[in-house]
Structures are given as C-alpha cells and as structure tokens.
Design a protein around this ligand. Structure first.
Ligand SMILES: NC(=O)C1=CN([C@@H]2O[C@H](COP(=O)(O)OP(=O)(O)OC[C@H]3O[C@@H](n4cnc5c(N)ncnc54)[C@H](OP(=O)(O)O)[C@@H]3O)[C@@H](O)[C@H]2O)C=CC1
Ligand SMILES: C[C@H]1O[C@H](OP(=O)(O)OP(=O)(O)OC[C@H]2O[C@@H](n3cnc4c(=O)[nH]c(N)nc43)[C@H](O)[C@@H]2O)[C@@H](O)[C@@H](O)C1=O
Length: 318
C-alpha cells in the first residue's frame, strides 16, 4: 500500500479496528478513512454504496462486525447472522463496484468444525458440523470467505481472508455477559478483589482449551499480510499455543492479584472443546507473534484500569 493511499478501516472504534489504525499510523499512513456505526450503518446497502462512491477508498480492512462471546453468540443468533451477512456483503460488493485495489476480510477460528482434528488447518473448512452456540456467526463468516473467493474468481478482485484466533487487548468489551472469556475474567477477578469476595465463578467445566492473541499482534499480522499475501482461501492468525479455561482463570487471578478461590458454573456452555490454530502457513509467509499471554494480560489489565479511572463506559454489546 502506497503511503498516501486512501485506506478505509471498517470498525475502527472496536478492539481490532483501533489496533489496525494504530499500526497504520505508526507505519506513516495518513489518509485513513473511518466512520462510526451511527455515522454509517454498514447494514444499509444504499448508505454503504453512497459512502464508497463519495470516499473512493483504495484499500479496505473489514473489521466491523457483530461480535461477542459464547453467550452473546447463542442469545442474539438472528443478529449475529443477519448483521454480519449484511455488513460484509455491502462492503465487499461496494468495494467491487468502486474498484478497491485490495480488501482484507476478518473471519474467526469458529468457522472450523466443532470436532475437527487439532491443530486446525485451513484445509478443514467445511469438513464437518459447526459448534452450535456460534453457528450463525460462523455461517456468516464462511459466507464472507466464499464471497471474497467468488469475486476473485469472477471479477479478479484481490480480496483476502484471514482467520484470527480468540483475541484480547486494548479497547476490549468488558460486558459481564456478552464479552469473551478473557475480558470477562479480568473484570470479574478485579471486582472480586475490590469487594473482598472469597470466590469467583467461571463458566462451564474449565476444561475447554483456547488460544489467545493480543490485538496489536493481530493488527501487525493483518498489515503484514495486506502487504505480502494475495491468495484465495484463508490464512490462520494465532500463536499456535493454547491453555485450558481453568489455567487461564488462574493466570488472570495472579495478574489481577486476587487471592480467593475459583468455582465453576457448569450450567453455562463450554462451546468447542478445543480451537488450536495451525499457524504453519502464517509462519511460512514470514509472520510470527511477539506478545506472550502473561504479558498481554498485564497490558490488557492496565488498559482496563485506565478506562475505569477515566470513567469511560466499557463497550456494551447490546
Ligand atoms: N474479538 C475476538 O476475539 C475476535 C474477533 N474477530 C473478528 O475481528 C473483527 C473485529 O472484532 P472486534 O474488534 O473484537 O469487535 P468490536 O465489537 O470491538 O468492534 C466491532 C466494530 O464493528 C462496528 N460495527 C458493528 N456493527 C456495525 C454496523 N451495523 N455499522 C457500522 N459499524 C458496525 C462497531 O462500530 P461502532 O463502535 O462505531 O459502533 C465496532 O467498532 C470482527 O470481524 C470479528 O469477527 C475474529 C476472531 C476473534
Ligand atoms: C472468538 C470466538 O468466541 C466465541 O467462542 P468461544 O471461544 O467459546 O468464546 P468465549 O471467549 O466466550 O468462551 C471461551 C470459553 O471460556 C468459558 N468461560 C468461562 N468463564 C467465562 C466468562 O465469564 N465469559 C465467557 N464469555 N466465557 C467464559 C466459556 O464457557 C468457553 O468455554 C464465539 O462465539 C465466537 O465469537 C468466536 O469466534
């Protein structure tokens, strides 16, 4: 991407979009285009087409989506399917109509079958049944991958798809029910420490395993692939290392300085038993993560404390 290029970052106020903006600014890009959802509702086709016709972006990072943790995915099933299909269809099609030079679509590791062999290779897409709690979100993400590939095949569009593992970092969503596990635990252990509680309850059996990537590492990978990668299909982005939810709870409690006990609410869903990414393709293309989990949790916790001190409303999904 030329330094003067017009680059649209969809979802720039979110955790990932804001990390991509920071990365592009650090690399010296000055012509970044952004809109909040109240300025531009990406579910609205006419608004999106008018915006693209007016702004004429040359490159697009598609990091806007309806996003949330396991309970949000399972509760707002209609919104996770409809909103995500609308947002991605509108942006991808408007990009085609306006001749965008290159677009990056962000999917998720939940596109893989629930019981796929581990680690998850890109080739496992569409080889089995999806995990029930996030099937609507996963179906939308799979449609996004296939739309990028179809527009490449039919129209020659250079649209690439990346599949991030579970993410965390600055500007995360700390909603008690709708967030992902890592921000949920940071908040819950912090509040338990503040209130002197003897016990913190975590969801599920504690046995599922998850892989976590710091959002600024993801942004660096997205920039790197935008610069170097021009292939159909998908590429995983992760660390290639995972941890059980029980071990994660112990790690978060140490970082936060909580000294009480941890118990389980097994009425809550576990979701996929494991989602470990095979990152050999990413490594072969020349990118490797830099922030390890204990350091990343420290950074995220500092950001959480800062936001609390500033009295800013932590993002609430619905
Ligand atoms: N978080 C994670 O663990 C993972 C995320 N991903 C993917 O990364 C991408 C970004 O996720 P993340 O940053 O965590 O999500 P966030 O919820 O932090 O941010 C999502 C952004 O999307 C925007 N958005 C949502 N709906 C609309 C709409 N109708 N019109 C316009 N903008 C809208 C919001 O804009 P506004 O703030 O202006 O309302 C928000 O800033 C998504 O594609 C997600 O699927 C993939 C794997 C894991
Ligand atoms: C990124 C990915 O995120 C979602 O999938 P998920 O990985 O299952 O998401 P999660 O972070 O919410 O949970 C991970 C694990 O952790 C356990 N868990 C314990 N205690 C809490 C807790 O307090 N909150 C949450 N959310 N989970 C908890 C929870 O029971 C589960 O076993 C997809 O829907 C989809 O959005 C997607 O792509």
């Amino acid at each position: 991407m030329e330094k003067g290029a017009k680059i649209y970052i969809a979802g720039h106020r979110g955790m990932v979009g804001s990390a991509i903006v920071r990365k592009l600014q650090a690399e010296g890009y000055q012509h970044l285009i952004t809109r909040t959802s109240s300025e531009l509702d990406l579910r609205n086709q006419q608004q999106v087409q008018d915006f693209f016709a007016r702004e004429q972006p040359e490159y697009v990072f598609l990091a806007a989506a309806k996003v949330g943790g396991i309970v949000a995915n399972n509760t707002y099933r209609g919104e996770f399917l409809y909103d995500n299909l609308q947002i991605q269809n509108n942006i991808i099609h408007a990009s085609y109509l306006q001749g965008v030079k290159k677009l990056m679509f962000l999917g998720s590791s939940c596109i893989y079958p629930k019981l796929a062999p581990q680690p998850l290779k890109e080739a496992y897409l569409l080889t089995g049944l999806l995990e029930e709690t996030n099937e609507p979100y996963a179906i939308a993400k799979i449609a996004g991958i296939k739309l990028c590939d179809a527009y490449r095949a039919q129209y020659g569009c250079n649209y690439i798809s990346v599949m991030p593992t579970n993410l965390y970092g600055y500007n995360d969503n700390y909603h008690p029910q709708n967030s992902h596990v890592l921000p949920a635990m940071i908040r819950r252990f912090h509040e338990a420490k503040e209130q002197g509680l003897q016990e913190v309850v975590i969801w599920g059996t504690g046995t599922p395993r998850r892989e976590f990537l710091f959002a600024d590492d993801l942004a660096a990978a997205c920039y790197y692939l935008m610069e170097h990668y021009n292939e159909p299909g998908l590429v995983n982005i992760g660390t290639g290392e995972d941890i059980s939810i029980r071990e994660l709870a112990e790690l978060v409690s140490q970082v936060v300085g909580y000294e009480g006990s941890i118990s389980l609410d097994t009425s809550k869903p576990d979701g996929a038993p494991r989602k470990l990414m095979d990152v050999s393709k990413l490594h072969e293309w020349g990118w490797h993560h830099t922030i390890e989990l204990p350091q990343g949790i420290q950074l995220a916790y500092q950001d959480f404390l800062l936001k609390q001190r500033e009295g800013s409303n932590t993002t609430v999904l619905v």
